[in-house]
Ligand binder design. Sequence first.
Ligand code: ADP
Ligand code: ADP
Length: 221
Amino acid sequence: MSIEVKELTKTYKQQKALDCISFTTSSNHIIGFLGPNGAGKSTTMKTLTGILPVEQGSCKINGVDITANPLLTKKSIGYLPENNPLYTDMYVQEILHFEASLHKLTNSKQRIAEVIMLTGLKDEQHKKIAQLSKGYKQRVGLALAIIHDPQVLILDEPTTGLDPNQIIEIRTLIQQLAINKTVFLSTHIMQEVEAICQEVIIIHKGQIKDHFLAEDRNVKY
Ligand code: ADP
Ligand code: ADP
């Protein structure tokens, strides 16, 4: 599934966060959304997930306008928010059951077991979130994002705040989860893009500065 953003503008009171941005991604790539803090990455992602309303411009997932069909969009998209806010007092299993119930999954028991295996949470499933390392919290965040088997994953700074080993583990996990999915991942780190992205979109001060396939650039970023 492709992500198509057209002439999207967002202003917070006085602050213009997105200044008429447009881009269309390929399907089934890991797309890096690269830019410094404040560039507009989270705002774009929150708009794509429906958290922020589309005020000016449009967003489509696989050709379907997200405003016209919010339910379909919810089904198609899995989202990992920045800083991954999780209820620290909940058990891993419990939080997954809760998320499955939000999506009204019919085969939730089986799907939760599957997702636990996919995200490497087997030994942590009976622990509380508070007991987990940052890397494992991020695995829980990814497990929540994929529970309804969406075809598009929107991951906001998935490796920020992790130590170098955790970064490598989470990047590897993202690559595993990305099979047959479109993954739109924000980062302010060049190496992240270089390590796992097949496509790159650069945003700066609310404007798209570049968009290219990694294979078309033989220069190092
Ligand atoms: P990024 O994710 O690239 O760090 P953001 O989308 O979070 O960028 O922010 C883009 C700009 O919009 C920044 O200048 C930020 O301060 C501003 N911004 C984000 N959220 C709000 C808000 N709720 N109110 C006012 N300004 C905001
Ligand atoms: P980031 O993308 O850096 O995580 P967010 O844009 O998500 O930051 O902002 C975190 C919180 O602070 C959000 O509730 C956001 O609405 C608010 N916020 C961010 N920038 C501003 C700003 N310039 N003025 C007011 N609120 C802001």
